[in-house]
Ligand binder design. Sequence first.
Ligand SMILES: C[S@@+](CC[C@H](N)C(=O)[O-])C[C@H]1O[C@@H](n2cnc3c(N)ncnc32)[C@H](O)[C@@H]1O
Length: 295
Amino acid sequence: MSAPLHNQNHDHITARHFHQWTGSSYPLPADAREKERLQLQHDAVKHMYEDRIILAPVEFNEEAKVLDIGTGSGTWAVELATNTPYIEITAIDIEAGCLPPVLPENVKFQLGTVLELPKKWDNRFSLVHQRCLLLGLEREKWLVALKEIYRVLQPGGWVQLGEPKLWPRDYKDYDRPCTEKLATILRAVADSKNFYADCAEDLGRMLQAVGFTNIKGEIRRQGIGAWAGEQGVAWRKNLADVFNGIETSAMDEGGFGLVNSVEEYDLLLEGFEEECDKVRGGGWEFIIYYAQKPL
Ligand SMILES: C[S@@+](CC[C@H](N)C(=O)[O-])C[C@H]1O[C@@H](n2cnc3c(N)ncnc32)[C@H](O)[C@@H]1O
């Protein structure tokens, strides 16, 4: 175990619990609030994809084994386990703090990193699922992760990866100054830890580089804010909570010259939610890729 990554100088940031995995600088918390956010986000992503949690054309038989990497709250794994009780699901994460106290019998959790999956898992899984690791993997680690996924898939097995597209690096929005600033801070947090914030746009190329075939991507767009209905409100809440979750990392870095105090940061969060609801047209994109390990 490493020392806690976040210092304790920001007493007035409501205390959040963070992972303790050596070698990872994943900046989002792992606590009850984050668990709620991940459940909300799961439903919101599922809604974007016509209520499907699997897009890959995989067919499960009684022997099928599925791996969910970076499972977080385990919501995806638990839903799949409930829909298909005859398959065996393994869920891994560097932290267990968001998991429910009890998992279905056919879901087994294991602490671990995608960067070093167990050696005995060679050619084991029919489907490997990984979603929202954009703040979990450094740029040069993505190919390491995808090679590990390739190794643990059976020949003919499928990988499914889902990632959001962030606001562009040069994002300017005079109508949404708080959104613009928080989007810039999110990138600055990612850059400060060398994370690959734009991984969503590179998934297809990386899958090909590792040797996957039948690569397909499906992109969806969702408005953010009350003007975009129930789903718009869900995404506003989710993103507000992501911005809240990175507050400790941002303030640890001195606010990147963009925000000077926790009070100022909290005003930005309030402003973000107001802008989402008042200014129509703000949106967000998500991409799910799936690809096959050759037979
Ligand atoms: C944003 S959450 C997504 C959770 C879940 N995949 C979902 O979509 O609901 C990212 C998760 O990845 C985990 N994570 C970060 N780095 C990881 C790594 N190297 N290996 C495995 N999990 C990792 C974090 O602990 C966190 O639970």
